[in-house]
Design a protein around this ligand. Structure first.
Ligand code: NCD
Length: 312
């Protein structure tokens, strides 16, 4: 079945703006992109420029978008440290977007405020991709997370997925939950009581997926097919003493993995601090670096279908 490209010229602000069909279209496009030789995909971005504006630090998101655009024959320009741009002089987000809109064909934005990407999308003529808006959403991370689950587990349906860590401030998990809403999954949300998923989001998803909330991982971990680990988002705590109380709550190490399913897959959007021991990296259960690799390919697929109506 050929699907319609609903991504052409579109903003990627929230994963909620896309249907299950749209997500599957992106996964299929990613499969196609991965099969192409370098010169076969170099037409998709030829002569086009990606402009990135990062008001917050980034390693994977920015570099994978840049690498993806290069693989499509396009180029990238941007601001990755606001101290070295006119943002430091006080220039507004609106003016920064307006200027980047003049110099590029597609804008990738990361900003500490919820709603920042929606706002930018209203101002910009060219498509905006939300690369993280406060603690609200990070839709392209969730798309690559879902793609990783699909490739590594062979399906998304009928899996038991645990999401652990900072579920209050971690934006990746919100986009992930909204994406998982399209599938039949059992979800365990594991966090300290003070870092549980915001109630409005629970309300939004509770009729669509089977959710259980827990504070401890030890018992739950045995039931899981996928464990999605997140970093405690220190920078988003209004009070550092509150951060001190919860840091280091969960630690994935060899010992806790002894009692897990043999085919458990451990994911993490990264960066990982001390929540996953480095000793786990060599376990076949650890798929977080594969996940980062899929990220470049999925983002190449996304750029392809935003920039080209009928690439294939
Ligand atoms: C995440 C983010 O920025 O929200 N990083 C990423 O894009 N992979 C996760 C995090 O910072 O903890």
């Amino acid at each position: 079945m050929t699907r319609t490209n609903h991504f052409f010229g579109k903003d990627i602000v929230s994963i909620k703006d896309f249907s299950k069909d749209d997500l599957e279209f992106i996964f299929e496009t990613t499969d196609k992109i991965r099969k192409l030789k370098p010169d076969e995909k170099s037409e998709f971005g030829k002569g086009r420029t990606l402009g990135y504006i990062f008001y917050e630090p980034s390693t994977r998101t920015r570099m994978s978008f840049e690498a993806a655009m290069a693989s499509l024959g396009g180029s990238s320009i941007g601001i990755f440290d606001s101290k070295f741009s006119s943002i430091e002089k006080g220039e507004s987000l609106a003016d920064t977007i307006r200027i980047m809109d003049l110099y590029s064909d597609i804008i990738v934005l990361r900003h500490p405020n919820d709603g920042s990407s929606r706002y930018a999308a209203e101002l910009s003529n060219n498509p905006i991709i939300n690369a993280g808006s406060g603690s609200e959403e990070h839709p392209t991370q969730a798309m690559l997370d879902l793609y990783t689950i699909l490739k590594e587990k062979g399906r998304i349906n009928n899996l038991t997925i645990g999401i652990v860590g900072d579920l209050k401030y971690g934006r990746t998990i919100y986009s992930l939950l909204y994406g998982l809403k399209n599938y039949q999954v059992d979800i365990y949300l594991i966090s300290p009581p003070t870092l549980s998923v915001r109630s409005e989001s629970i309300y939004e998803i509770r009729n669509k997926i089977n959710i259980k909330q827990e504070n401890y991982l030890d018992e739950v971990i045995k039931k899981l097919d996928v464990l999605y680990v997140t970093r405690i988002q220190k920078e988003r705590f209004p009070d550092t003493q509150e951060y001190e109380k919860v840091k280091g709550t969960y630690k994935i190490d060899d010992k806790i993995l002894e009692n897990t399913k043999t085919d458990l897959s451990i994911m993490h959007p990264l960066p990982r601090l001390d929540e996953i021991s480095h000793l786990v990296d060599n376990s076949p259960k650890a798929i977080y670096f594969k996940q980062a690799a899929y990220g470049k390919e999925l983002r190449a697929a996304l750029l392809t279908v935003i920039l080209n109506e009928c690439p294939f």
